[in-house]
Design a protein around this ligand. Structure first.
Ligand code: DSN
Length: 413
């Protein structure tokens, strides 16, 4: 424990109970290796912006068109975030930085493009898609007429199936992207399929947004009509969402976010987004994203070397999806063992999975957070040894010293 941990702070003085919970989270992250593909560690500068006094400010509306007075600073912050976003994602004609999350961004974009009750086509959750792409438990599956496409037996998108689904159902929106899909997507082919059917193409890049901003994987910006994302995964910003749109879709998107789906924007989070986009515009961000991608490819190869099956046999991005069906363990069991060893991972369905979502036959791993801590090939190989040992049934306690040593050698930013 350092002096900084015990020094009086307004929070520690006024609410020691809440402060203790937050301190416990600092400690948890420090002694845990995060391999959850949707998580990362943002910088202290981003966290400082998110904790700023602008959290007090209501700013319903958009820069220079607000429903409240005193918004000149909120205008400046939001415009800074928007301009940096458009610089980062070359080809973006408009940026809406207000969505509170990726799901809110998707809902707002789908209402804008499909209209209430409109037909949408997205990738099924079990195939690697996302709940908000039309799953029946999501409002996107209840409020829209949703149809889904899957993946081929090897786990890859089958463009012929996508084309058949679109030709059969005539959707207003075709969605490309997912939350556990590990391969590059041919966005030009998706756009051709959508546009042939007079549908919009919406690309959800929540996961690979950082890799795309850095140019290490192909991006749909400039190809898709609308691109939605989160800002806290590979992009390494604060928790939140964002929508990039072609100029002719921008008005629809903006009024669908506010007043359609949200009230006052979280200006403190938008400040964090502006800072994170500024960080992503620096040259070192590309190197970081290249290492994230290389580490994921290496992790997949190391796990294959241990005899484990990887969906599609590898990865093009930061995600590795382990198929446990040839073993005698479930995703839930390995997730629990991993936590006991100090690794934070998540169980995940694999294509064709027969097990329920709280059990699953897969494990989704991601390299964004450990790469932020500074991991390279050697550390990734050690983590692969641990995961393979856990799948084999070794006592998780046995791996705690390795995880502790790595956490100490590679501290949080
Ligand atoms: N929770 C995000 C993920 O883990 O991919 C998606 O909502």
């Amino acid at each position: 424990m350092t002096n900084a941990d015990t020094a009086p702070s307004p929070l520690r003085q006024r609410d020691p109970e809440a402060a203790a919970w937050l301190q416990r989270e600092d400690k948890r992250q420090a002694v845990t290796l995060t391999l959850i593909a949707s998580e990362n560690h943002c910088s202290a500068a981003v966290r400082e912006a998110c904790a700023s006094r602008i959290t007090d400010k209501y700013a319903e509306g958009y820069p220079n068109r607000r429903y409240y007075g005193g918004c000149e600073v909120a205008d400046g912050i939001e415009e800074l975030a928007r301009q940096r976003a458009m610089q980062l994602f070359t080809g973006a004609e408009d940026a809406n930085v207000q969505p509170h999350s990726g799901t809110t961004a998707n809902l707002a974009a789908l209402v804008a493009l499909a209209g209430p009750g409109g037909r949408i086509v997205g990738m099924a959750l079990k195939a690697g898609g996302h709940l908000s792409h039309g799953h029946d438990k999501s409002h996107t599956g209840m409020l829209f007429d949703a149809r889904q496409y899957g993946v081929d037996p090897s786990g890859r998108i089958d463009l012929d199936e996508v084309r058949r689904t679109v030709r059969e159902h005539h959707p207003k929106v075709l969605i490309a992207g997912g939350s556990s899909y590990t391969r590059n997507i041919d966005y030009a082919a998706f756009a051709a399929i959508a546009h042939e059917a007079s549908a919009f193409l919406m690309a959800d890049i929540a996961h690979p947004a950082g890799l795309m901003a850095a140019g290490v994987v192909p991006s749909p910006v400039g190809i898709a009509d609308v691109v939605t994302m989160t800002t806290h995964k590979t992009l390494r910003g604060p928790r939140g969402g964002m929508i990039l749109a072609r100029k002719d879709c921008a008005k629809l998107i903006n009024s669908s976010v506010f007043p359609g789906a949200q009230g006052g924007p979280l200006v403190h989070q938008i400040a964090g987004k502006a800072v994170a986009f500024g960080e992503a515009l620096r040259p070192e961000f590309r190197g970081y994203q290249q290492r994230v991608k290389d580490n994921a490819a290496h992790l997949a190869q190391c796990l294959i070397g241990h005899g484990l099956e990887i969906v599609t046999g590898g990865t093009d991005n930061h995600i590795v999806l382990v198929d446990l069906r040839a073993t005698d363990v479930t995703g839930a069991t390995v997730e629990e063992r991993a936590l006991a060893a100090g690794l934070s991972v998540n169980k995940n369905a694999v294509p064709g999975d027969q097990r329920p979502p709280m059990v699953t036959s897969g494990l989704r791993l991601g390299t964004a957070a450990v790469t932020t801590r500074g991991f390279g090939r050697d550390e990734i190989a050690r983590i692969a040894d641990v995961i393979a040992g856990l799948v084999r049934g070794n006592d998780p306690e046995r791996f705690r010293p390795v995880v502790r040593e790595l956490c100490e050698a590679f501290p949080l930013p």
